[in-house]
Design a protein around this ligand. Sequence first.
Ligand SMILES: CC(C)(COP(=O)(O)OP(=O)(O)OC[C@H]1O[C@@H](n2cnc3c(N)ncnc32)[C@H](O)[C@@H]1OP(=O)(O)O)[C@@H](O)C(=O)NCCC(=O)NCCS
Length: 158
Amino acid sequence: MQSENNTKTECLLKIMRISELTNWGVCPNDIALQIESLMKEHGEGFLNMMTATEILESRKRFYVALMIGEEVELTGSIALDMFTSEITSLCVNPKWRKHGIGKQLVQFALHVLSTRFEDSFVWIRENNTVAKTFFLNLGFIEDKHEEESIKMMIVGCE
Ligand SMILES: CC(C)(COP(=O)(O)OP(=O)(O)OC[C@H]1O[C@@H](n2cnc3c(N)ncnc32)[C@H](O)[C@@H]1OP(=O)(O)O)[C@@H](O)C(=O)NCCC(=O)NCCS
């Protein structure tokens, strides 16, 4: 588990697997439901939409960023495919955007993937300009376009 001090919010941001949530007294089912609605409502046309049940079934490859203050709050989530090195989903709660949380989630994911892979990739919607800028700024490059999607690659996971 990795932890970060978020200086902008002065709260403790912890990134962990869904399967580790019980150690923090947080119910994985509640978090899976929150991720499902986050994806549906704020996923900008997610390519890999999942239900809470599917998220729980994939709990080993889902990581969440929790803001630990007086209460524990879900700020965002990221999912990885440990067989292909793909970032299959990433979403930050609009309330917490532009606080560096998406960047920390991707850096955390790339660190996890670097144990097995040298490269990583993510598919985004062609019209998702925020995500495109976000990944370009993290060092990803445009690899290929298919239908209305772009595959973005990073060479060297760390
Ligand atoms: C894309 C997304 C994950 C970014 O999360 P975030 O926590 O707001 O991003 P960060 O605060 O870590 O931003 C990191 C960098 O990305 C860029 N960025 C982030 N949001 C941006 C915006 N709205 N406009 C332009 N650049 C932006 C900036 O360069 C920023 O660096 P800076 O703060 O030093 O300028 C978030 O907007 C989101 O959840 N979008 C909906 C879901 C989605 O599109 N997922 C990606 C496809 S799977």
